[in-house]
Design a binder for this molecule. Structure first.
Ligand code: SF4
Length: 375
């Protein structure tokens, strides 16, 4: 049941919006994953696509502003096969998508050539591939269905189809891992010669297979060493560490994900998808059957307030310009973090170092406390 929104003053946005579409299907659930997805039947896929197309039409009519990023995530969008064209056509017919929009889809290494071909012909210009590791034993423990060779072959197929803007997901601090195992994974990812890498420290989330049978994980010190070694490695290879978990070659930052961290507007469609539009945050519950019957959102909160903007901007290498918020006077209180090499202070701009990014939650909380005392 849709919740009534609280009345708030409309927020004026200076930026184009981003559109996220969730495809909640996976043929097998990975052991660490808590994203919302179900194992699909052909009927369920068809019913979901029909509901999604109806929702796209409805929401396109409600939000006639320009969108300059589209991100199709999941789940596994590549299960759509050639229906990716139907989806992209509907998006472009119903939303005001800029001519030079960044249009991303997530894929797994088993993505079909058909999907890649229909995708590129329908305007997809960025691929994010879930690889996670270049080690077959680790891939097996993670519950992935591909091997390191499958991952490499998939990247080569994606390139040969004409895609240039490619990102891969990497996980570090994997079960039984150490710095030696990490080095070989980093070499594997570097050898793929792709312009963007998203890297996450494995965390055991509730309601995952790992939460029931947790494998032996490296201790906190080893996780920290792995994270810092990875940051050094990719920076030495010419990648910019532009966000806590993201590395890119110049010009290949994820424009869509930057909207989240810059607190810009995005609209999400599909079960579990979140939105931030007109100053309000809302989401679809994680229930595909209800979405198919009636795709209603629930109100979450008012968004875009100062503390939230500060928290999100501190995730970025570009950091936080304190003068934008009239907070220059907190600089002397940040000296302790600078002395401990946790933050950089450049005039009135502050940003987290790699060491600071590793403990970002506590640094961001400390900065927010200082900000709170000053607003
Ligand atoms: S990691 Fe990706 S492929 Fe694996 S279950 Fe999660 S969404 Fe599906």
């Amino acid at each position: 049941m849709q919740q009534p929104f609280r009345e708030v003053a409309p927020v004026k946005f200076l930026h184009n919006s981003g559109l996220y579409i969730h495809i909640p299907f996976c043929n097998k659930k990975c052991a660490y994953c808590d994203f919302y997805s179900v194992i699909p039947s052909e009927n369920l896929k068809n019913d979901y696509l029909s509901a999604l197309l109806g929702d796209i039409k409805l929401k396109g009519g409600q939000y006639d502003r320009p969108f300059d990023t589209v991100y199709i995530g999941g789940g596994t969008p590549s299960v759509l096969g050639k229906n990716i064209k139907t989806l992209l056509d509907a998006i472009k017919d119903n939303f005001n998508v800029s001519a030079n929009a960044e249009i991303t889809t997530e894929v797994n290494p088993d993505v079909s050539d058909e999907f890649l071909e229909y995708g590129i012909n329908s305007g997809i210009n960025r691929i994010s591939i879930g690889l996670q590791s270049g080690n077959d034993e680790e891939l097996k423990i993670l519950g992935r269905t591909h091997t390191a060779n499958d991952g490499r072959d998939a990247v080569n197929r994606i390139k040969s189809m004409g895609y240039k803007n490619i990102s891969a997901d990497l996980m570090i601090a994997l079960p039984n891992s150490n710095l030696y195992a990490l080095q070989s994974n980093l070499d594997y990812f570097n050898s793929l010669d792709i312009p963007h890498i998203s890297s996450y420290i494995l965390k055991v989330e509730s309601n995952t297979k790992f939460s029931k049978f947790t494998p032996p994980l490296p201790d906190d010190d080893n996780c920290a060493q792995q994270y810092l070694a990875m940051c050094d490695y990719f920076e030495n290879m010419g990648y910019s560490h532009y966000e806590i978990s993201n590395f890119s070659k110049p010009g290949f930052e994820s424009k869509h994900n930057l909207k989240y961290w810059n607190c810009e507007e995005y609209l999400g469609l599909g079960p579990s998808a979140h939105s931030f539009m007109d100053g309000k945050r809302f989401f679809y519950p994680k229930n595909i059957k209800n979405y198919i019957i009636s795709p209603n959102t629930e109100f979450e909160d008012i968004g875009g307030e100062i503390l939230e903007k500060i928290m999100l901007k501190l995730r970025l290498k570009s950091g936080l310009e304190l003068s934008e918020f009239g907070l220059e006077n907190i600089i002397p209180k940040l000296d302790i973090y600078k002395t401990n090499q946790l933050i950089r202070i450049d005039g009135t701009r502050i940003s987290l170092t790699n060491k600071g990014m590793l403990v970002s939650n506590s640094i961001i909380s400390a900065v927010l406390e200082l900000v709170y005392e000053n607003i």
